[in-house]
Design a protein around this ligand. Structure first.
Ligand code: FMN
Length: 409
């Protein structure tokens, strides 16, 4: 079988940030996946990692000089490139690209690029927050430039926040998805992700251990297949993938309201959120005090059952996918849930050390009305999302959807 990037010419631009060292891994990954890679560095980037390292990893001379003795060669490479990735992308290169500045080799090549351009921003969280930077990102996004990350996490400067470059594996995945067939173009996919928080008082809530990773992975995968994605997301420390319509909610009730509003427009709904089954019957506007109390009992009431509501409202052609996180008897419980809620697919997972909540991997047992369709084995959540979409897309009436004439994004 061929490699996903076989025959692809990819330019990798490296700019002057600490994360430049991570791009060594990216260049390697691109080549291992079949791409031919040309590395272009800014002067600042050369102060972080030697061009020699990138020359060795790419198998081609890494370049930084605009004025070379042999004449104009930079336009040559951009003319035959299939993709142009800038990782890390500093605040500076984002500003230059947004405003048409071409004062070194990389920014000049970006001006000449006709292929898809993918930026992986990386910077201190306060720099990322800067209104000028945000305005420049918007200009580039509106112009069709694609982005991967940044993510939230610890920074080299000992701060914590949004601005960390995405991991090389995520940038690689985004690069591969540039060439993925857009099998879901014109399809509207509704995804829910994350936990819900049910407030008791202004300080406390009932929540759960969901991080939102599984639902975000589904949203990213659907987007990379060309779908129009709405992501309804409970409180999660993840940044919605650029390109999805993200709706942030807190409680099960808010999630149900947003989900029911969006469902009528969706061709497929994949409900990966861990929605609380119960919420406190009463909310105390002031902090509940312990003084004078030996015990404290909470009265809980059931929250709206979103999957059942979808099962009832479902119109011909709509595909409804639910998740069942179980500690025991995943199979029988999944099938019971599927029938009771009139879903089309249930993805069951056992909560364990490497599966379920709070980890990067998962193992899904995917059921349809007839029984088990697929056991994904223990895989990354991204891969599990891909397998789930393979199964769910098989139930879509793609011909009818496409005949409605919706265009891909
Ligand atoms: C140690 C160090 C780390 C830096 N890290 C970043 C960074 O992560 N992101 C960023 O936008 N700028 C960072 N800078 C600032 C850039 O290097 C500076 O803005 C430079 O002009 C960028 O040039 P370039 O975009 O041409 O590579 C850093 C500077 C230093 C000294």
């Amino acid at each position: 079988m061929g490699l996903p990037l076989d025959g692809k010419e990819i330019i990798v631009g490296i700019t002057g940030g600490i994360a430049a060292y991570k791009s060594c891994e990216l260049v390697r990954g691109l080549r291992e996946n079949g791409a031919s890679v040309s590395v272009v560095m800014t002067d600042a980037a050369c102060r972080f990692v030697s061009p020699l390292t990138f020359s060795a990893l790419s198998g081609r001379e890494a370049r930084a000089e605009l004025f070379e003795p042999h004449g104009i060669t930079h336009i040559d490479i951009t003319a035959r490139a299939d993709a142009f990735i800038v990782a890390p992308a500093t605040a500076n290169i984002i500003g230059k690209a947004a405003n048409g500045i071409a004062d070194d080799l990389l920014s000049t090549m970006l001006m000449a690029a006709k292929c898809p351009v993918l930026f992986a921003p990386a910077m201190n969280c306060r720099m990322f927050d800067n209104p000028a930077l945000q305005a420049n990102l918007k200009i580039l996004r509106d112009r069709g430039v694609l982005f991967v990350g940044p993510s939230v996490g610890p920074m080299a400067c000992n701060e914590f926040g949004l601005g960390r470059m995405s991991e090389p594996a995520d940038i690689l995945r985004a690069a591969v998805s540039l060439f993925k067939e857009k099998t879901l173009s014109g399809v509207r996919v509704l995804v829910s992700a994350g936990p819900t928080f049910e407030d008791l008082d202004p300080v406390r809530f009932i929540g759960n251990r969901s991080t939102g990773r599984m639902g975000f992975a589904v949203a990213k995968e659907a987007l990379s297949r060309g779908a129009e994605v709405t992501l309804i997301c409970g409180p999660a420390a993840l940044v919605p993938p650029p390109g999805v319509k993200a709706i942030a909610v807190r409680s099960a009730r808010e999630m149900a309201k947003a989900a029911l509003e969006a469902f009528s427009n969706a061709d497929m709904a994949i409900m990966a959120a861990a929605v609380s089954d119960f919420a406190p019957a009463e909310y105390s506007a002031s902090k509940i005090k312990k003084e004078g109390l030996q015990n404290y009992s909470l009265k809980l009431i059931k929250t709206p059952d979103i999957l059942s509501a979808f099962g009832k409202d479902k119109k011909k052609g709509q595909v409804v996918v639910g998740f069942a996180a179980e500690t025991d008897d995943a199979g029988p419980n999944a099938l019971k849930k599927l029938k009771e809620k009139n879903a089309d697919i249930i993805a069951a997972n056992i909560i364990g050390e490497n599966t379920g909540f709070g980890c990067l991997t998962n193992r899904l047992y995917i059921y349809d009305r007839k029984g088990l369709v697929m056991d994904t084995g223990l895989v990354s959540k991204d891969e599990a999302a891909g397998r789930l979409l393979d199964v769910a897309a098989g139930l879509l009436q793609l011909k009818e959807i496409k005949s409605k004439g919706r265009s891909a994004k």
